[in-house]
Design a protein around this ligand. Structure first.
Ligand code: IPE
Ligand code: IPE
Ligand code: MG
Length: 232
C-alpha cells in the first residue's frame, strides 16, 4: 500500500444507510444495524493501522429517539452487546473508548456498561474512539451556552472558553467528516466543531463501508487544499 502523505488527526463519520441496506435485502431494519457493527470494527482497525488518533462515530442522534420503540430498544441493546464484546480488544489495542451525548436519556443498563468500558480503557494511547450517542449539535451548543451564562454572567467569554464547555471538550475538531448513504446534510451533528472540517460524502451504505472505502475517503482528504480562509 502506498503511504498517505497526509492523514487527518480526527476522522468523524455519520454512519447512515443501515435501514436501506436491510430493505434492499428484504430484511428487517435492525439487521442493517447489526451488519453496521462489522463496518465499525474494520474502520477502527484501520485507524489503528494507519495511526489516526481520533475516530468519532455518530451512532444515535437526539432525533433518533423518535423512531419506533422496537428499533430504539434493539439499537440500545446492540450497543451494550457490542461494547462488551469489544472491550478486551480495546484494551489489547490501546483504544480509549469514550461515549459522548445526552446520557441522561440512555437506559441505566447501557450507562453502566458504558461507564465500565470507559473506565477499563481509559489508559488507551493508540486511538480515542468516540461514540456519539443521543447527541445533537444544537443540544450540545445549548448546554454549553447555559453553562457559559452561569460561569460568565457578564457575557464576556472567548471562543476557546465556549469550546471548552461543549461535550467534546479536549477532543480536537474533526479534520475529515465522512457521511455514508449519499445524504447531503449534517442532520444536527456537530455544528460548532465542523466549522472547517473537510467533508466526504459517499453513496455507499454504512454496512457496505469497509476498509477499502475508508481508504478511498482518506485519499480524497489527502487531495484537499485546506485554506482556512487564507490565500495560498
Ligand atoms: C443509520 O442508519 C443508523 C442510525 C441512524 C441509528 P439508518 O437507520 O438511518 O438507515 P437509513 O438511513 O434508514 O437507511
Ligand atoms: C443521522 O442519520 C444520525 C445518525 C447516523 C446516527 P439519520 O438517518 O437519523 O438522519 P436523517 O433523518 O436522514 O437526516
Ligand atoms: Mg438514516
Amino acid at each position: 500500500m502506498e503511504k498517505f502523505s497526509r492523514l487527518p488527526r480526527h476522522v468523524s463519520i455519520i454512519m447512515d444507510g443501515n435501514g436501506r441496506w436491510a430493505r434492499q435485502r428484504s430484511l428487517p431494519r435492525f439487521k442493517g444495524h447489526y451488519e453496521g457493527v462489522e463496518s465499525i470494527r474494520e474502520v477502527v482497525e484501520e485507524c489503528c493501522v494507519l495511526g489516526i488518533r481520533y475516530l468519532s462515530l455518530f451512532a444515535f442522534s437526539e432525533e433518533n429517539w423518535n423512531r419506533p420503540e422496537d428499533e430504539v430498544s434493539r439499537l440500545m441493546n446492540l450497543m451494550s452487546v457490542a461494547m462488551l464484546k469489544e472491550e478486551e480488544n480495546f484494551v489489547k489495542n490501546g483504544i480509549r473508548f469514550v461515549v459522548i451525548g445526552n446520557r441522561e436519556r440512555l437506559p441505566d443498563k447501557l450507562n453502566e456498561t458504558i461507564d465500565s468500558v470507559m473506565d477499563k480503557t481509559r489508559e488507551g494511547k493508540t486511538l480515542t474512539l468516540i461514540v456519539m450517542l443521543s447527541y445533537s449539535g444544537k443540544w450540545d451548543l445549548l448546554q454549553a451556552a447555559r453553562r457559559a451564562a452561569v460561569l460568565h454572567p457578564d457575557g464576556n467569554f472567548t471562543e476557546e472558553e465556549l469550546s471548552s464547555l461543549l461535550v467534546t471538550a479536549g477532543i480536537p475538531d474533526p479534520d475529515l467528516l465522512i457521511r455514508t448513504s449519499g445524504e447531503m446534510r449534517i442532520s444536527n451533528y456537530m455544528l460548532w466543531q465542523i466549522a472547517y472540517t473537510e467533508m466526504v460524502i459517499v453513496d455507499t451504505l454504512w454496512p457496505d463501508f469497509r476498509k477499502d472505502n475508508f481508504r478511498l475517503a482518506l485519499r480524497e482528504y489527502e487531495k484537499r487544499d485546506r485554506r482556512f480562509g487564507k490565500v495560498k
